[in-house]
Design a protein around this ligand. Structure first.
Ligand code: AP5
Length: 210
């Protein structure tokens, strides 16, 4: 199944996508992760997009679409995939429809206050990328990844200015996708406010109805 996880920043898409991808045996493809890897490796793409990510703006559609098209061309996507953070604009969604069919879209809903609390307390492992939260999903040892022992860090865009901008960008450019996919009868809404295990089960239930 080719799936899209849609929703505002910090709604928990990445957290749930990691688990569901393992259960389905498909890759979890996060455009944010792809851009952050390019920045870390100082590739030409990374140098081009660094300031955009730090500010919380969207990377231009042409660059993002080319990146995803290339990634979906890799062999591990043959049995399906979860796209997390793509598409984020109508042109991205239209482009995707041209090169890969979508079988379902899970739409994560969360109020702004909860988003701000989640993003402000997020920590990410520098080595394996696993996400934590200082209050809701703390690591066993402060600052250390439970899985690989890597160092936890705060993402550069998890600051008040960038979070405020990302919410604004989401409302203006990404939220119209809810109507786009509702019209195509692909969307399943999930309340992302409960605890992570409850949200995970809601997503499983939503997927079973596709
Ligand atoms: P991206 O990496 O996609 O960031 P985002 O949309 O801001 O989403 P997040 O990854 O921050 O949130 P999430 O929903 O995955 O939440 P998470 O599971 O981590 O994009 C970054 C940037 O890249 C963009 O700003 C843009 O510049 C660029 N970009 C990416 N895609 C692009 C595109 N298509 N087009 C153009 N530009 C693009 O959870 C958040 C926190 O909450 C964590 O701490 C977690 O532990 C905690 N948490 C999760 N679930 C729960 C729960 N149920 N209860 C309590 N806490 C929870």
């Amino acid at each position: 199944m080719n799936l899209i996880f849609l929703g505002p920043p910090g709604a928990g898409k990445g957290t749930v996508a990691g688990s569901i991808a393992k259960e389905l045996g498909v890759p979890h493809i996060s455009t944010g992760d792809l851009f952050r890897a390019a920045i870390k490796n100082e590739t030409p793409l990374g140098k081009q997009v660094k300031a955009i990510l730090d500010k919380g703006d969207l990377v231009p559609d042409d660059l993002t679409i080319a990146l995803v098209k290339e990634r979906l061309g890799e062999g591990d996507t043959k049995g399906g995939y979860i796209l997390d953070g793509f598409p984020r604009t109508i042109p991205q969604a239209e482009a995707l429809a041209g090169f890969s069919p979508t079988h379902g879209v899970v739409n994560f809903a969360l109020p702004d206050a909860a988003i701000i609390e989640r993003l402000s307390g997020r920590r990410v492992c520098k080595s394996c990328g696993r996400g934590y939260h200082v209050k809701f999903m703390p690591p066993k040892r402060e600052g250390v990844c439970d899985v690989c022992g890597g160092e936890l860090y705060t993402r550069k865009d998890d600051n008040v200015d960038s979070i405020t901008n990302r919410l604004d960008v989401y409302r203006k450019q990404t939220h119209p996708l809810v109507e786009f996919y509702t019209n195509r009868k692909l969307i399943r809404d999930v309340d992302a406010a409960p605890a992570a295990d409850v949200v995970l089960q809601s997503v499983r239930d939503a997927l079973s109805k596709l």
